[in-house]
Structure formats: C-alpha cells, structure tokens
Design a binder for this molecule. Structure first.
Ligand SMILES: [Zn+2]
Length: 127
C-alpha cells in the first residue's frame, strides 16, 4: 500500500499490518484517510475485521471463576432475592385484586333480591 495509497486499494496485507499495529503514524494516517474516502476499501476493511473477529483472544480462564464467585457474594444474592421477591409480591397483589373483584361480584349477585334482579333484567331487555 503505503507509498501510492491514494491510487491503489488496500489489501489484506495492509489490514494485517493495521491489525498488528505495525503501521507508522504516517501510514496509519494514509490508511485511515483512504478507508474514509474509499467505500470499496471501507467495505473490505469491515469484512476483514468481521472475518478476523473469530480469532480474537479467548477471555482468561480465571474470569469464569471470578464471575461465579461474584454471583454468590452477599450483595449480589440480596439484590437477586429482592428482584425475585418483588415479582412474587406483584403477583400476589394482582391475585388478591382479582380475587376481591370476583368475591364482590358474587356477593352482589347473591345480595340482590329478586325484585332488584327483575328491574335489572327489564332494564337490560327493554332499554
Ligand atoms: Zn480503496
């Protein structure tokens, strides 16, 4: 690339040099200027990065253990329990509301005397 960057498209070799950080400041500037102005090379660079993402370094092995330990520490456990509890309380409150509404409906149905029931029936039928 480098010397005639403005006339020649970038290659995988150039992307590799960028990835390894072996470009000089001037080369880096030319690289970025070219990719910013050349859709073809911008696409190629993007494709190169996507392709090489598979080769990213693995996370360190201790990280998994650290996360496992962290999950069992008191503050995290309490936060998790509070979240779960609040969901249960919400469900309980909702169930109570539905239960009370149902009980009130049934009570009203049985509390009405037959005369009132007739009035309501007439109102519904002859309105
Ligand atoms: Zn180009």
């Amino acid at each position: 690339m480098t010397t005639e960057l403005k006339n020649i498209h970038l290659s995988d070799h150039d992307f590799g040099a960028w990835e390894q950080g072996s470009l000089s400041d001037a080369q880096m500037e030319a690289f970025l200027t070219h990719t910013a102005n050349c859709p073809h090379c911008a696409d190629a660079w993007f494709a190169y990065m996507n392709h090489h993402e598979e080769h990213l370094p693995e996370p360190p092995a201790y990280l998994k253990e650290e996360i496992k330990e962290r999950v069992h520490q008191p503050d995290v456990v309490i936060a998790q329990k509070a979240h779960t509890t609040s969901k249960r309380v919400q469900l309980l409150i909702y169930s109570l509301k539905v239960g009370v509404a149902l009980a009130a409906s049934i009570f009203m149905l049985f509390a009405m005397d037959s005369q009132m029931l007739d009035q309501i029936t007439n109102f519904i039928i002859f309105r």
